[in-house]
Ligand binder design. Structure first.
Ligand SMILES: C[S@@+](CC[C@H](N)C(=O)[O-])C[C@H]1O[C@@H](n2cnc3c(N)ncnc32)[C@H](O)[C@@H]1O
Length: 279
């Protein structure tokens, strides 16, 4: 990026499913601007500016959810790191800047996997801002439907070490069978003491509250290909013991956001869950 914030011809702006990462960054930028934010992301606005805010206008309705989801996973990673996971793998990291903005224990090694086009864009924006990670960070350009464990190992991942995994905002974009395979693979790579957090969208939320959003995503080539009604059950079935799988109401109470949604959905699962590997 040059001094005017423009990209050279070499780097392409994110498109299709990778454009959704910019929508999430827009939500994080909006939250960071609030008076008492749930977190501060100092780079989120730079990503949005680089693409042009209007490209993600259709995703703005999502920003309340993005705020609580981000904070939920910030808290999860903070706890997992303090409990001893010095290796962190963020699958479909998108424009996540936790490597830069969280307070990591010494010796933390963090990997961010995502599609090559998205990571090239991300690195260019971050280097334009002279961003410095607060841990040892490695990006792994990869398609998560292909042989990503090989690429992760080549990047320095050690399967013998307890790992904190994060799968945020990815699963709806994959088919159900691809998600099962992904979770099986994560399980195989998880040493004792490993932890995992994920989110998904349930079928009725997709059909009702988020029908317009789902249409917008179809229009940019980022179709939601799967839903999940029982995230905790899915994790348990793959060898994980649930640590936290709050209802929408519990999330609203915890973070002071989304009371209206909680009143609408009652005691429904929020779609967010964290878990610890069964021995
Ligand atoms: C909604 S964004 C979420 C990004 C990030 N986790 C966050 O919450 O800010 C979805 C991300 O999934 C990535 N993605 C989708 N399909 C992928 C695939 N097959 N392999 C790797 N990354 C993928 C996209 O490039 C995009 O960055």
């Amino acid at each position: 990026m040059n001094q005017h914030g423009e990209f050279g011809t070499a780097t392409r702006l994110p498109t299709g499913v990778s454009l959704t990462a910019v929508g999430i960054a827009a939500g994080r930028a909006a939250e960071s601007d609030r008076e008492e934010p749930l977190f501060r992301d100092p780079y989120a606005q730079a990503f949005v500016d680089a693409v042009g805010g209007s490209a993600v206008d259709g995703m703005k309705d999502f920003s309340g959810y993005v705020a609580v989801r981000t904070r939920f996973f910030d808290d999860y990673l903070d706890t997992a790191a303090r409990r001893g996971c010095r290796q962190v793998v963020i699958l479909a990291a998108g424009l996540d800047t936790r490597a830069f903005r969280l307070n990591w224990p010494d010796g933390t090694r963090l990997f961010e996997a995502d599609l090559p086009e998205l990571l090239a864009f991300k690195e260019q924006v971050l280097s334009g801002r002279r961003a410095r990670p607060a841990c040892r960070r490695t990006v792994v350009p990869v398609d998560l439907r292909e042989d990503w464990p090989g690429a992760l190992a080549e990047a320095g991942f050690e399967a013998g070490q307890p790992t904190a995994w994060l799968v945020e905002g990815l699963l709806p974009y994959l088919e159900e069978t691809e998600n099962d395979e992904l979770l099986d693979t994560v399980g195989r790579l998880s040493a004792p003491g490993s932890e995992l957090a994920m989110d998904h969208i349930d079928s009725s939320t997709k059909r009702k509250r988020l029908a317009a959003m789902s249409d917008t995503l179809d229009g940019i080539g980022a179709t939601w290909r799967s839903t999940l009604d029982d995230p905790a059950g899915w994790l348990r079935g793959h060898g994980w013991r649930i640590g936290d799988a709050p209802t929408v109401g519990a999330l609203a109470a915890r973070y002071g956001r989304g009371a209206a949604l909680a009143a609408e959905t009652g005691a429904k699962p929020s779609g967010l869950a964290s878990a610890v590997r069964e021995d």
